[in-house]
Design a protein around this ligand. Structure first.
Ligand SMILES: CC(=O)N[C@H]1[C@@H](OP(=O)(O)OP(=O)(O)OC[C@H]2O[C@@H](n3ccc(=O)[nH]c3=O)[C@H](O)[C@@H]2O)O[C@H](CO)[C@@H](O)[C@@H]1O
Ligand SMILES: C=C(OP(=O)(O)O)C(=O)O
Length: 430
């Protein structure tokens, strides 16, 4: 079993380059199912969620060729199978995008219910409401989302989302591009990856208007053609390293970012006394003085992202004074708090609110990553803590961070991957 071992207390100095965005890549790759011809996708992050979604496409019959470390060619002209394998689909959230893409292209899909981080209930009723409004029959049975369009082609529909949902917005967009007529999504999500998916589809010949606002209009077209597209940089990966500098101190240039996407994170760090300088495609983050307390509430974009909530909590653990953190998207995103307490943090949670009383110093401890961003937060806390922290269950972190150890070592962090005997295997032998 692999763990990250971190000797904390070293400020970070140097440059980190951000990879392509996980939550854009995992939607754009299945979107290739809608295209007639070869899609060349650039700036793909090397993370396990991407490996899995590419593997699923190959299982369906797509021809996937690696061009270089960050570029793949995907040709979905010869899809022979529309049943998505359970063992692959259940490991990631993004497998839900296969429903919209397969339904849009072939009028039929059977996709296992998706996995992803355990954040409390993660229903997909809004996705289903959208497909039904476009003429599909959708049924969840035997662990599968079974969707079929009588007549084989979806027709445009008008969908008002009951809540702002990233997944439902993107899935309905995927279903709508080849539908007959106009699809309108109201109360749509506005995250950067929504705009990126729309830009990808439009560059292949789709007609999507309004992505990035709360009303998206999709005029169906007959076919999409191949082309080349480069995925946007990862807002959350960048924010995670910004939080790492805030917690550990130092001076780091974080490059290959879209600074506008980081405004919501930058604003909070500045309130906390961190110096953030915005450049064309980089941000320089410096922190030498104390961290000030603040309050944070997570919201859909352009609010403070829920996927940065555990990482900002790690910084607030070290602030002077008491901060209030409110989770505005998920029912249960504080499962990591006990791990922080092992490092000496003072946090009380009541429902969606965490009250964090800052301490002058965290202390290293063995901890576990209970999900992707909680794992990143453990690493941040470990970088700032006195002594050694070992972070287990790092497969969660590898779902969304390319070469975390290499990137942090490159700015002077004392972090390495270690292999320890698997406890279960040990007890079976014993
Ligand atoms: C692969 C991916 O991109 N994952 C992201 C996506 O997840 P995901 O697409 O699952 O999240 P949503 O934006 O859909 O969920 C937002 C809220 O709406 C609720 N909801 C959603 C859909 C639905 O049909 N019914 C319903 O009730 C959810 O329970 C949640 O409370 O957006 C989340 C919110 O930014 C991020 O934390 C995840 O990293
Ligand atoms: C919750 C996340 O991912 P997923 O929806 O893929 O589980 C995340 O990226 O923080």
């Amino acid at each position: 079993m692999n763990k990250y071992q971190i000797q904390g207390g070293t400020p970070l100095h140097g440059t980190i380059t951000i990879s392509g965005a996980k939550n854009a890549a995992v939607a754009i790759i299945p979107a290739a199912l809608l295209v007639d011809g070869v899609c060349r996708i650039e700036n793909i992050p090397q993370i396990s969620d991407v490996t899995l979604i590419l593997q699923i496409l190959q299982e369906l019959g797509a021809d996937v060729r690696t061009v270089n470390r960050t570029t793949v060619d995907i040709d979905c002209s010869h899809i022979r199978n529309r049943q998505v394998p359970y063992e692959l689909a259940r490991k990631i959230r993004a497998s839900y995008y296969l429903v919209g893409a397969l339904l849009g292209r072939f009028g039929w899909a059977e996709v296992p219910l998706p996995g992803g981080c355990d954040l409390g209930g993660r229903p997909i009723d809004q996705h289903i409401k959208g497909f039904v409004a476009m003429g599909a029959d959708v049924d969840v049975r035997n662990g599968l989302i079974c969707a079929k369009v009588p007549g084989g082609r979806l027709s445009g529909g008008q969908i008002y989302l009951d809540m702002v949902s990233v997944g439902a917005t993107m899935n309905i967009m995927l279903a709508g591009v080849l539908a007959d007529g106009m699809t309108i999504i109201e109360n749509a999500a506005k995250e950067p990856h929504i705009v990126d998916l729309a830009n990808f589809l439009n560059s292949m010949g789709a007609n999507i208007m309004g992505a990035g606002t709360d009303v998206i209009k999709i005029r169906g077209v007959k076919r999409l053609k191949g082309g080349t597209y480069s995925i946007i940089p990862d807002q959350i990966e960048a924010g995670t390293y910004m939080a790492a500098v805030a917690a550990a101190g130092g001076d780091v240039l974080i490059q290959n970012v879209i600074p506008k996407h980081l405004d919501c994170i930058t604003a909070k760090l500045v309130e906390m006394g961190v110096d953030v300088e915005e450049l064309d495609d980089a941000v320089r983050v410096r922190r030498f003085g104390p961290i000030s307390r603040t309050n944070v509430k997570t919201m859909p974009y352009p609010g403070f992202p829920t996927d940065m909530q555990p990482q900002i909590a790690a910084v607030l653990c070290l602030a002077t004074g008491t901060s209030v953190l409110t989770e505005g998207v998920w029912d249960s995103r504080y499962r990591y708090v006990d791990e922080f307490r092992r490092m000496g943090a003072h946090i009380q949670v009541d429902g969606k609110v965490a009250v964090i009383e800052g301490v002058p110093q965290l202390t290293g401890a063995p901890v576990n990553a209970c999900d992707l961003r909680a794992g990143a937060a453990m690493v941040i806390a470990g970088l700032a803590a006195q002594g050694i922290t070992e972070v287990g269950d790092i497969h969660h972190i590898e779902r969304g961070y390319e070469d975390l150890v290499g990137k942090l070592s490159g700015v002077g962090a004392n972090i390495r991957m270690i292999t320890v005997p698997d406890e279960d295997a040990k007890s079976q032998v014993g």
